[in-house]
Design a protein around this ligand. Structure first.
Ligand code: COA
Length: 328
């Protein structure tokens, strides 16, 4: 049976490092507050003129190198982001242009922190159907240019960072690859973590910037509670669908939202620390980029071996959540 297999991974963060102490210079916060509640120590921010597609391009070059493939061998592009370069068109077409590959399809996904899992599911389905041989899947985010970096926005602003992760997927007939994906959404929670404007209901001409509706808003406690329970459920869903136990899982990579959330999930599942990979300490929450960035680093550190059973899970704004089980 045909399925998609990840044959190359790459990640990129812009050079500028922003520590918790740096944030404490522009808002009323502290390194201790941020570390204790989120595990984050630093994040990367772009300099002026660098956009989401630029980060995606850098990560893609590394994924192509890792897979020993060339851009022209890509049949389709999927780019997940909540921070596109422009309102429209999406950043997928900008990435296509940077890669110099004309006229292949390019799809943007807007399911926030769950974007990589949704993209993986779509790519796998396309490959299973025989439509494409090779699909490029990228998560890329520039949060820093749209955060309220003042005390007013501190609950959200300290969490996020910029970065991109890319995965090249190829059709395989063997045992390796994506075994299953599981996608969920519940729109009644849309306003628990959102950017309200600008949008079709609140277009720029009527926007009063002093109301700050263009900055992300989050009900932190509610998001935390839902995240822990849904992560656990959707991981169990993936394991049950494939008739495997959590003990058989070699590595769990959850969307890097908050180290406390990841640890709560790991402790509930009674997994030893070495079976979970986290890097939020260095990058903050990079939304759609966080899972491919973590996979890319885990691979580089030798923590992903052929034959490993790897579970990915994400939860975020929407609410959206999902999981994937992969035989590496
Ligand atoms: N620095 C210092 N103080 C801050 C702060 C910051 N960056 N952000 C908020 N505070 C203050 C609040 O104003 C509040 O003060 P008050 O009690 O005087 O009103 C207090 O800290 C809240 O602290 P606490 O109750 O300990 O916060 P918390 O335990 O709920 O943690 C989050 C806050 C945001 C870290 C937590 O709710 C969280 O991680 N939620 C999930 C976020 C997430 O993962 N989002 C992405 C999902 S994909």
């Amino acid at each position: 049976m045909k399925r998609a297999r990840i044959i190359g991974l790459g990640h990129y963060v812009p050079p500028k490092v922003v520590t918790n102490e740096d944030l404490a210079k522009v808002m009323d916060t502290s390194d201790a507050w941020i570390r204790e509640r989120t595990g984050i120590q630093k994040r990367h921010f772009v300099e002026d003129g660098m956009g989401t597609a630029d980060l995606a391009f850098e990560a893609t070059k590394k994924a192509l190198q890792d897979s020993k493939k060339e851009a022209k061998e890509i049949d389709f592009i999927i780019l997940a982001t909540l921070s596109p370069d422009y309102f429209f068109p999406g950043s997928g077409v900008l990435l296509q242009e940077k890669l110099g590959i004309d006229s292949i399809g390019a799809l943007d996904i807007r399911t926030q922190c769950t974007g990589f899992i949704y993209g993986l599911s779509i790519a796998d389905t396309m490959i299973r159907a025989g439509q494409y041989e090779r699909v490029l899947l990228v998560g890329s985010e520039v949060h820093s240019t749209a955060l309220d970096l003042s005390t007013r926005g501190r609950d959200v602003a300290v969490l996020f960072g910029d970065g991109a992760g890319a995965a090249l997927l190829e059709a395989t007939e063997g045992d390796q690859g994506v075994l299953s994906t599981h996608l969920h959404a519940e729109g009644r929670y849309a306003k628990e973590l959102w950017v309200e404007a600008p949008g079709s209901l609140n277009p720029v001409p009527i926007l009063n910037l002093e109301e700050c509706r263009h900055f992300p808003k989050m009900n932190g406690r509610e998001v935390f509670k839902h995240a822990v329970t849904r992560f656990i459920k959707v991981i169990q869903e993936a394991l049950e669908a494939n008739h495997v136990t959590k003990e058989e899982m070699d590595l769990l990579v959850v969307h890097q939202a908050n180290l406390r959330i990841a640890e709560a999930v790991r402790e509930y599942l009674r997994l030893p620390p070495e079976k979970m990979y986290n890097n939020i300490q260095r990058y903050g929450n990079t939304t759609a980029a966080s899972i491919p960035m973590a996979l890319s680093e885990a691979k580089a550190e030798g923590k992903l071996k052929e034959g490993d059973l790897v579970c990915l899970a994400a939860f975020g704004s929407g609410f959206t959540w999902g999981s994937a089980l992969i035989r590496w």
